[in-house]
Design a protein around this ligand. Structure first.
Ligand SMILES: C[S@@+](CC[C@H](N)C(=O)[O-])C[C@H]1O[C@@H](n2cnc3c(N)ncnc32)[C@H](O)[C@@H]1O
Length: 273
């Protein structure tokens, strides 16, 4: 690896050679049911099938439990290998911040998943990981040691901590001067705000990003993989369709260059006019 940070090289080597165990160096703190929620159902369905076979249950009962087993096992595999909520995702938009040199702001950085995604994809960049680290953080990641410390541990595990500044702040009132950033990313965070908060955040993002800078907005999306694995549990983002988000970006002074989906995700790549 030619990256400047040796710790990260170790993490990458593990990712490359042991994909099943990849990401064990991170603790992003998402709740257990997002990673293994279907496992109890797999065990229950398998137990009932075994019991039914032994007690000679009706064919109909056996078919029902077989369907439950197939769905829950499939959803478990999709959750682990397609959604990979406790892993570091790839950048959804390849052309985001293509120059790769400069300063990036991550709005709602949480435990670092989106920050690490950008820092690994753009090894010449530095990043400010901004989060309120308040009740919303606790709701997502549960109580534990200081939120900032949890974020720092993951940044260290990825070998990128030297390139990151952690900032405790509200994304609706970003404490940086106009034009301070070459690019901004925000993943699964802006969609936690109400309509007014979203408009404020978009306006603040447009203020702190340089003209021509990229904004990668990543939101929870109700696409087929997520619906298969979680069904109605994925109620994030409310009823707002992608067109509503595009309109907010355009209104704030961005041009939407690309829009797409990834598992459980809808994303927008927008450029500051
Ligand atoms: C689901 S987490 C996403 C974390 C990370 N971006 C990721 O991809 O895993 C949402 C984060 O947004 C943060 N957040 C919510 N409202 C915020 C606000 N007004 N200002 C800053 N951060 C906020 C929460 O504290 C939480 O860490």
């Amino acid at each position: 690896m030619n990256g400047p940070f040796r710790q990260g090289s170790t993490a990458m080597a593990q990712d490359e050679w042991m994909p099943v165990f990849a990401n064990l160096q991170f603790n992003f703190g998402y709740p257990w049911w997002l990673s293994y929620g279907q496992l109890p159902l797999v065990l229950i369905a398998a137990a009932f099938l075994a019991l039914g076979y032994w007690r000679k249950w009706s064919k109909r009962a056996m078919v029902v439990w077989a369907i439950v087993l197939v769905w829950s096992a499939g959803a478990l595999l999709v959750t682990r290998f397609v959604l990979d909520i406790n892993g570091v995702p790839a950048l959804p938009a390849e052309s985001f911040f293509r120059s790769g040199t400069g300063r990036v702001l991550d709005l709602g950085a949480g435990t670092g998943r989106s920050s690490i995604m950008v820092l690994k994809a753009r090894p010449q960049s530095t990043l400010v990981a901004l989060d309120l680290f308040g009740s919303s953080f606790d709701e997502h990641f549960g109580p534990g040691e200081s939120p900032q410390e949890r974020l720092l541990q993951n940044l260290k595990a990825a070998g990128v901590a030297q390139r990151v500044t952690i900032q405790t702040a509200d994304m609706r009132k970003i404490p940086f001067d106009a034009g301070s950033f070459d690019a901004v990313v925000s993943a699964y965070a802006v969609d936690h705000l109400d309509g007014q908060g979203i408009r404020q955040t978009m306006a603040e993002t447009a203020r702190v990003i340089k003209p021509g800078g990229d904004f990668l907005l990543i939101l929870i999306g109700k696409e087929p993989w997520g619906i298969f694995a979680f069904g109605p549990l994925l109620m994030h983002g409310g009823p707002r369709p992608p067109a509503w988000w595009s309109a907010r970006l355009e209104e704030a002074g961005f041009q939407v260059l690309e829009q797409g989906t990834r598992p459980v995700t809808v994303y927008f790549l927008a450029r500051r006019r």
